[in-house]
Ligand binder design. Structure first.
Ligand SMILES: [Zn+2]
Length: 270
C-alpha cells in the first residue's frame, strides 16, 4: 500500500529544506489531501487552498422587482469566513489538494511546461513542478495566496504572471541539482497504473465529508433591523466549521472512484 499524500508531504519537507525561496514554510501548518480527478477530464492537478484569509466585510444577498427595480427581499447580513482546521492542536494555514489519478498521470511531454525545462528532462518532473508550484502559492506575508485572493480562497489561473512558471521551473531544477535522496522522488516516476501494480493499493488522506473539504462559508451576523423589506434567513452551514484530526479519513483511490478503507479489525471477505 502507498499513501500518496504522505509521500507528497515527505517530499515537500525536503523541497522546503533545500529551497531558500520556500524556507519560510512550516509544513506543520500545511495539510495535503486527496481529491478524485479522472485523467481524461479537464481540471487542476492540484490546488492550494488558503485558510488565513480574513473574514469578509458584512454583506447580504438581495432580490429586486423585475419591473420597478425596487428592492423586495434581502438575506440576513452575513460574513464569509474560513473554517478552522486544527490537527493535533496546530492551526493549519493552507491545504494543498491533489487530484488522483490525474496528478499521477501527468507528464512533461504534451505539457506547456516542457519549454521551461531542458530537452530530455524526464517526463515525471512535471509532477515535481506541480508540487513546487503549489508551495510557491504560499504567501510569505500571510495575506492569502501569493498574487491573488479569490473570495473562496482558491486561486485563479490568471494569478500567475509569466515569471511564476519560470521561477517554479528554476526551483525544481535547483532542487534536482542538490542531489536529493532518490527514494523520496521514486513514487513520482510511476503513473497511476504502475503505482497500482507496484503497491496494490493507493491511498490518500481525505476529509470525512469527502468529496467535500474545508471551504469558506457564510455566517449570519446581527445588524440593525430593516423593517421595509422581507428578510430571508440564511441557511446554516451544512459542513463543519471546525475540522480536527478526527475528521481525516484515509481512502483508497482507483482509476474510477474512491472508497473508504475497511475499519481496523474488520476483515474483508476473500
Ligand atoms: Zn497556481
Amino acid at each position: 500500500m502507498i499513501n500518496y499524500t504522505e509521500r507528497i508531504t515527505l517530499l515537500m519537507q525536503d523541497v522546503v529544506a533545500r529551497t531558500p525561496r520556500l524556507s519560510f514554510i512550516d509544513l506543520r501548518e500545511i495539510l495535503v489531501f486527496g481529491r478524485f480527478g479522472r485523467s481524461d477530464a479537464e481540471g487542476a492537478f492540484a490546488t492550494c487552498h488558503c485558510l488565513t484569509l480574513p473574514e469578509s466585510e458584512p454583506g447580504y444577498f438581495f432580490w429586486r422587482d423585475r419591473t420597478t427595480g425596487e428592492l423586495t427581499r434581502r438575506s440576513q447580513w452575513f460574513v464569509t469566513k474560513s473554517p478552522e482546521v486544527r490537527i493535533l492542536q496546530t492551526k493549519i494555514k493552507y491545504l494543498v489538494s491533489f487530484a488522483l489519478p490525474r496528478f499521477c498521470n501527468q507528464s512533461l511531454e504534451r505539457s506547456r511546461k516542457a519549454e521551461l525545462y531542458p530537452e530530455r528532462t524526464e517526463p515525471w518532473v512535471a509532477k515535481l513542478d506541480t508540487i513546487v508550484h503549489e508551495l510557491y502559492h504560499i504567501d510569505p506575508d500571510e495575506t492569502g495566496l501569493r498574487r491573488v485572493t479569490r473570495a473562496d480562497g482558491s486561486h485563479s489561473p490568471r494569478s500567475h504572471g509569466p515569471l511564476y512558471y519560470e521561477t517554479v521551473a528554476e526551483m525544481v531544477q535547483a532542487y534536482l541539482a542538490s542531489n536529493p535522496d532518490p527514494s523520496l522522488l521514486a513514487f513520482l516516476r510511476d503513473d497511476f497504473d504502475t503505482l497500482g501494480t507496484r503497491h496494490r493499493e493507493i491511498t490518500c488522506t481525505t476529509f470525512r465529508n469527502f468529496p467535500s473539504f474545508p471551504q469558506r462559508y457564510q455566517e449570519a451576523v446581527d445588524m440593525p433591523a430593516d423593517p421595509i423589506v422581507k428578510i430571508e434567513p440564511l441557511k446554516a452551514p451544512t459542513q463543519p466549521v471546525l475540522y480536527t484530526e478526527a475528521d481525516l479519513v484515509v481512502r483508497h483511490f482507483t482509476e474510477t472512484g474512491v472508497r473508504r478503507l475497511p475499519a481496523p479489525g474488520h476483515h474483508r471477505a476473500a
